[in-house]
Design a protein around this ligand. Sequence first.
Ligand code: NDP
Length: 448
Amino acid sequence: MAFKSKYLEKVMKDVINRNPGETEFHQAVSEVLESLEYVVDRHPEYERAGLIERLVEPERVVSFRVPWVDDNGKVHVNRGFRVQFNSAIGPYKGGLRFHPSVYQGIIKFLGFEQIFKNSLTGLPIGGGKGGSDFDPKGKSDNEVMNFCQSFMTELSRHIGADTDVPAGDIGVGAREIGYLFGQYKRLRNEFSGVLTGKGLAYGGSLTRTEATGYGLCYFTEEMLKASGKSFSGATVVISGSGNVAIYAAEKARQLGAKVVTMSDSNGYVYDPDGIDLPLVKQIKEVERKRISEYVKTHPNAKYHEGCEGIWNTKCDIALPCATQNELDAKAAKTLVENGCIAVAEGANMPSTPEAVEYFLKNGVLFGPAKAANAGGVATSALEMSQNSMRLSWSFDEVDAKLKTIMSGIFKKCESAANEYGVPGNYVIGANIAGFKKVADAMMAQGIV
Ligand code: NDP
C-alpha cells in the first residue's frame, strides 16, 4: 500500500515491522490510515503529537495461560488474550472471541477496529478486544464452564465496570457470558456491570441479543433510503447463522425483504421460499447443530458444502455476517454482475480490501463494519448505563435508542464523506468520523 503522506507511510511501515505476521492487524490499520490521508493534511499538529503512532500501539496487551480439565480428566492448555487498545473516550469495551483461529493478530485487528466503531456510537466507550484459541464446538456445558472459569480467573485482574467491560463475539454467547460473570462475581465478591450480553435475570439488557443484527438492518435501511431504495421486496443473502446473522435475518424480514441463504463454517443453505428462521434458531441456538440439518425438513431448500458459493446467489442486498475476509474480489464481482445494489457488513472486516474497492468503483452502496455493526456495542453501552443506574429499560425503549444511534452513525458517515469530498464513500466517512472524536480526546489529554 502506497500512501501520499510520508508520515502515514512511515507509521504503516513501522506497524508491519513491529507486529510481524499479524496480517489481519496490518490490513485493519492500512484500511484506516488510507482514509486518514484526507485528515492529516489538514492537521499537521497530529504528526507533532505523534498521534497516529500512539493510536496504532495498544495501551496494553495481556496474554495468559488458560489451563482446564475435560470430562475425561485430561488437562488442556489454551491461550487467552485481552488487548486494551485505547481508553481516550471511555473504559475499554469490546467482545471476547473463542475460536481456534484466534491469535494476537486477530485480537489486535478487532481491538483497533473497535476504537473507531465505539467512537461512532457517540457513547463514552474506548476500544478493546479479547479471546482465546479455545473451540467451544463439540464441548460439553461442563467443559465450557471449566474453561470459562479458568479464563476469568486471570482476566478478572485486568477488567472492571469502570476499566474494561468485555462482551461476546464468535463462540461467546449467553452461556459463556453467564459462566464468565459467575466466576468474576465469585472472585471479586462484587455484583457489577463488568460484562455485557448478560442474561436478563442478572443485569442484561433487553434487545442486546438482537442488537447487532437489528442495528445492521437499521443502518442499511438508512443507507438505502439516502438513495431512494429500501429493504421492501428485496432478496437478501446473509452468511453465518450465529447471533448477528440470525437477528439480521429477522429484522430484514420485518422490513419486507426475503432472506434466501444462511451458512456456517461447513456450508450454506439456499431456500427460494425464504429462510425459515424459527427452524434456524432451533438448530443453532437450541440444538447447537450444523446448518445442513435445515434441508431435512425443507425439501425445496438446497445445502451446499463449502462457504464461498454463497455469494453466487442472486440478490439485491448482501449482508456478510460470519467472519473476516469471507467475501473476496471474485465474490464481489459476481454479486455486482448479479445485480446486487447494497452490501453491509455484519461481521468484522468480512470483505477483503479488493472486494471493498470493487463495490465502491461499481456504485454498490457499501456499509463498512465499524459503522454498520456498531449496534451491538452501542446496546452494550446502554446495558452499562442501566447497570450503573440499577434500572431496566423495556425492549421498545432500548430498540428505539438503538434505531436513533444507527441513524446517527449513518449521518456521521454521510456528512464526513461529504465534508472530505468523497460523497457516498461510507468507508472513508466512517473512518474519519470515528477517528476525529478519539483524536480530539487524545490531543486534549497530552502525551499518554
Ligand atoms: P457466532 O459465534 O454467534 O456466529 C458466527 C457464525 O459465523 C457461525 O455461523 C459460524 O459458523 C460462522 N463462522 C465463524 N467462523 C467462520 C469461518 N472461519 N468460516 C465460515 N464461517 C464461520 O458469532 P457472532 O454472530 O457473534 O459474530 C459474527 C461476526 O460478527 C464476527 O465477525 C463478529 O466479530 C462480528 N460482530 C459480532 C457482534 C456481536 O454482538 N455478537 C458485534 C459486532 C460484530 P460455525 O457455527 O460453523 O462456527
